[in-house]
Design a protein around this ligand. Structure first.
Ligand SMILES: Nc1nc2c(ncn2[C@@H]2O[C@H](COP(=O)(O)OP(=O)(O)OP(=O)(O)O)[C@@H](O)[C@H]2O)c(=O)[nH]1
Ligand SMILES: [Mg+2]
Length: 302
């Protein structure tokens, strides 16, 4: 007789917290390991604000990744909360994956994080990311430096954008996973609701299409998410919340051109994610100084 327990006798499963300085490429790496885009990315730091869970299914294991916001010395209320989110993910994980940008080191944030990791007795793996941007000799020097600076269990040089050494990294993590049955069903990619990811896709378009303080002053809420025509169409209404009236004009643009572009790009990304035609309607609203307002922060999910 074969029982579920027998089926998973040697199976491994566990949680991996992906941590690092802002802009190290954590979310890009998560998407690459998943083979799907669930976590938003941009060339600006502090893109990720929440924990983003992604499940990698392998024949002998299930690896549950928690992508986290970049860790740095935060000063305002929003950022302090965001950094706390990342730090708390460390405490809940079986393995910690520290992602480092080898091309643009951020020593202040990196050592702030290393200090936090020093007291951990769980496996800590180091992914040296963006190796496509540096020379081999510099990479060797970086490996040498980090092997003396901290007791990493494994160091794997990778490129998240090029897909270099991703399998090696995944296998290294699999080695450190505890024995146990899967936590998620076979087809699960994430535990995040589609409407949350839709709001994130809109935020990503704003991060990519606007400059200065605008992305940082933005929160996006999906107000309604409705299936129509027997599931052939999804109608989404979302509001872009800004901090000041002056930011409203920037995001709307001349004759509404900027908002239109944000809408089109976001719609395409959401369509790809849910594999359904999407009708997206965007609204813009000012919620004065929401980043300092604890009630507003809670409402926006921070
Ligand atoms: N050249 C190169 N660029 C990369 C690589 N990995 C990520 N990037 C770029 O680095 C930038 C930041 O990537 P993200 O994945 O958003 O970084 P993050 O660590 O999640 O950033 P936060 O969420 O802000 O903490 C993006 O422009 C990525 O395309 C890589 O291996 N090589
Ligand atoms: Mg990120």
């Amino acid at each position: 007789m074969s029982s579920t327990n027998e089926k998973y006798e040697n199976f491994k499963s566990g949680y991996v917290a992906i941590v690092g300085a802002p802009n190290a490429g954590k979310s890009t790496l998560l998407n690459r390991m998943l083979g799907e885009k669930i976590s938003i990315t941009s060339k600006k730091p502090q893109t990720t604000r929440n924990r983003i869970l992604g499940v990698v299914h392998r024949p002998e294991s299930q690896i549950i990744f928690i992508d986290t916001p970049g860790i740095f010395k935060a000063k305002d209320t929003l950022n302090m909360r965001i950094v706390d989110t990342a730090l708390s993910a460390i405490g809940d994980a079986d393995i910690i994956l520290f992602v480092l940008d080898v091309a643009n080191p951020d020593p202040t944030s990196e050592y702030f994080l290393v200090k936090r990791l020093q007291s951990q007795n769980r496996p800590v793996l180091l992914a040296l990311n963006k190796i496509d941007l540096i020379e081999k000799a510099d990479l060797l020097a970086t490996i040498k430096k980090w092997s003396t600076d901290f007791r990493f269990d494994v160091i794997v040089p990778v490129s998240a954008t090029e897909g270099t050494q991703i399998n090696e990294l995944t296998e290294a993590m699999e080695n450190f996973l505890p024995i146990g049955p899967p936590y998620f069903p076979e087809d699960a990619l994430t535990d995040l609701p589609e409407r949350f990811i839709a709001a994130e896709m809109i935020r990503e378009s704003i991060f990519r299409l606007t400059g200065e303080e605008i992305p940082y002053a933005t929160a996006v809420m999906v107000d309604s998410f409705k299936e129509e025509k027997n599931g052939k169409l999804v109608k989404i209404e979302a509001t872009i919340h800004l901090e000041r009236d002056s930011q409203k004009g920037i995001i709307i643009g001349k004759d509404g051109s900027k908002l239109k572009r944000i809408g089109t790009e976001s719609r395409k990304k959401i369509e790809q994610m849910i594999d359904t035609k999407v009708f997206l309607k965007l609204f813009v609203r000012v919620q004065k100084n929401w980043r300092k307002d604890t009630r507003a922060l809670r409402k926006f999910g921070y």
